[in-house]
Design a protein around this ligand. Sequence first.
Ligand SMILES: [Zn+2]
Ligand SMILES: [Zn+2]
Length: 358
Amino acid sequence: MGPSVDPVPSGVLFETDTQTPDLALDKDVSKLKNASPRQHEYVWFNIFWFLYLHIVSLYGIYLVFTSAKWQTNVFAFVVHLMCAIGIGAGSHRLWTHRSYKARTPLRTLLMLWQTMGFQDCIFEWARDHRTHHKYADTDADPHNAERGLFFSHMGWLCCKKSPEVIEGGKRIDLSDLYNDPVVMFQKRHYMKMMPVLCFVLPTVIPVYFWGESWLNAFCVPTILRYTCGINVVWSINSFAHTFGYRPYDKSLNPRDNIGTWMICVEGFHNYHHAFPWDYRATEYPLYNMLTPTITFIELMAKIGQAYDLKSVSPDIIKQRAQRTGDGTHYLWGWDDPEFTEKLKSQLGVVSNCEKKLE
Ligand SMILES: [Zn+2]
Ligand SMILES: [Zn+2]
């Protein structure tokens, strides 16, 4: 079965895609969302692999509290953080969205950490994620949230890609990735590097350096840490596309949700889909400071390894929130009819939005 329709872009990917002064597409993208009925072709290897990972991880959680050494638990967290930065600052913000530029030493470090996270090589990760943004919540979106929470979380990896997703991926310009020697090196050697960085080293290091048991070293910093890492990224595709507010663009499924942020340290997804080339997670400096990926990029900029960081001006953000937002910008309930001007002045509440603009 070929694609039923040509994939039609439902989101912006780069600044050059934007068609309105407030950096959106010049059409109602809510009408493009779809999920045609489909007979999925299951990938049984992945289904059993994910089952295995989650069962061993449950045992890993038990070991964290009963027999793993504290050094092992700390090590697991540090490896998790390295992988999260490799994926968040590397394959996501640098290579998919080109939200900043990085010198070769930083690109190499991010490539190694990204490999340790084992979520496909940078080339494939970036191609799929660009497809996700450009065709968000349509049949050409690899983890189309219109197919439900489970599909967008992990179901999409349990079945073969649809023809629309393959077609969408083919229409994405990947020339910058082909021209990046670090990306192409990883692509060529991925299947040799990944098992060593993701599974062998995190198991051997605790045994060799602080005498951890093989079982604890395998279950905690390797399998549990890896399973947490993939679930964090999956949650952004599922929960952050389902629950929360849409202060910047109510026609998009992606939402801002503090709950998702607390679990994933990345939950301002309405902002991210509205302005994907912004290197920041959100316009709020406090949350950016608390987001390791963003703090890492800013730290790298200070030492000259990252440069040309892109961000969207407060004026454009305000224009966009006022034109397409759901009214929850800055202060929840600000636009509720029962929250009268009189009540606002009685309570001494001033909209941060207004305050910033005057
Ligand atoms: Zn998304
Ligand atoms: Zn993205």
